[in-house]
Design a protein around this ligand. Structure first.
Ligand code: TXA
Ligand code: MG
Length: 335
């Protein structure tokens, strides 16, 4: 059931539902989350079941502020504190050593916990109303079935779960892809997932260079760490292929007027203008601006699915760092 997330009575119903151990679809500035009381083990188990997510995959715990994070982090390194100061509330998740005995199920049993302070006004209002009911943090993975494309509207969430899920409508997400994840539990910042906050911004805010997960693993060979917890794909139903603009146009040139009818329905998403003789190719223009492309990306993939596309041909985004997050999601979708 979708309700207006900006209405105070919707926030109250959401907070009542969560404090009773239920699940709520919650808008954030990145993507919609499926939220539950992070400290209620059976509520958190309900998230894993609803998403069909393996229980060892840790969830992000959402808090109202840095003081909220201190309930869950055993220790906040100075550089992590600087990142909170610079980018909270906002699209940045920090992995920190977990305080013993808290949010163990949400953390998937790891000795660390992923903490994020969302900026979306509906998420903030929900956190505040939950706090008034004694619930101080919300475990919330993206509100999609495991491995599938994250939702960026309330309607996307409704498409993924039972009709009776309470979904707070907070409009279309302004960022559109999941938060940047920085592991702060290994002495230096390690980038686990690129997002709207770039590695360069992290470095500027905390004065330390950001290692990629692979670089960190090489430096720290003595203590290999299961980092394979990030979902492998963000896949639509159609098969996604990444190509440069020229290869994409060449592939289209091979299609006649009707070749794709009855065999494959092809969709393209590109910055260059493509030409085709086929009457049935679905074409969407990828914005030249990386932030705008991020905002649209998951909705475009979902739209192609809804239109029955079986193949999605995407122009590989430019190599510039501002495209890292969009490129990452597309590469996972194509994997
Ligand atoms: O933007 C976002 O981060 C959204 C919104 C709803 O906040 N949430 C989100 O959650 O993307 P989810 O569960 O779909 O992705 C969380 C990622 C997972 O890949 C998980 O492996 C990683 O965060 N993660 C969470 N806790 C972790 C931990 N303790 N150590 C390593 N990775 C962790
Ligand atoms: Mg997810």
């Amino acid at each position: 059931m979708i309700v207006d997330g900006f209405a105070p009575e919707s926030i109250a119903s959401g907070a009542d539902c969560i404090s009773a151990g239920g699940l709520v679809g919650m808008p954030t500035e990145t993507v919609y989350g499926l939220a539950a009381d992070a400290c209620n083990a059976s509520a958190v188990a309900r998230i894993f079941a609803a998403k069909r997510r393996p229980a060892e995959h840790p969830l992000i715990v959402h808090v109202a502020d840095a003081a909220g994070a201190a309930r869950f982090a055993q220790h906040v390194p100075t550089f992590a504190g600087a990142l909170m100061q610079a980018y909270w509330p906002g699209p940045l998740t920090l992995i920190l050593p977990r305080r013993e005995g808290v949010a163990a199920v949400a953390a998937g049993g790891q000795d660390t916990v992923g903490l994020r302070c969302p900026a979306h006004p509906v998420a903030r209002a929900l956190l505040q109303a939950c706090a008034a009911r004694g619930v101080h943090a919300l475990a919330a993975p993206s509100a999609n079935q495991f491995g599938r494309v994250s939702p960026t509207t309330a309607a996307h969430v409704q498409d993924e779960f039972d009709r009776d899920l309470l979904i707070l409508d907070g409009g279309a997400c302004s960022v559109g892809i999941e938060s940047t994840i920085i592991d702060c539990s290994r002495g230096a910042p390690v980038l686990l997932r690129p997002g709207a906050i770039t590695a360069a911004q992290v470095r500027t805010a905390c004065g330390l260079s950001v290692l990629s997960n692979e670089e960190q693993a090489r430096l720290d060979a003595s203590a290999p760490r299961a980092s394979g917890t990030l979902e492998q794909h963000y896949a639509p139903k159609a098969r996604v292929r990444l190509m440069d603009a020229r290869a994409l146009q060449t592939a289209l040139n091979l299609l006649g007027p009707d070749v794709d009818r009855g065999t494959a329905t092809i969709a393209t998403y590109s910055r260059v203008l493509l030409t085709t003789a086929s009457r049935s190719v679905l074409r969407r223009h990828m914005p030249d601006d990386a932030d705008e492309a991020a905002r649209q990306l998951f909705a475009v993939l979902r739209e192609f699915d809804a239109q029955g596309a079986t193949l999605i041909w995407v122009e590989t985004p430019p190599p510039a760092p501002e495209w890292d997050a969009v490129r990452d999601r597309l590469q996972r979708a194509a994997a």
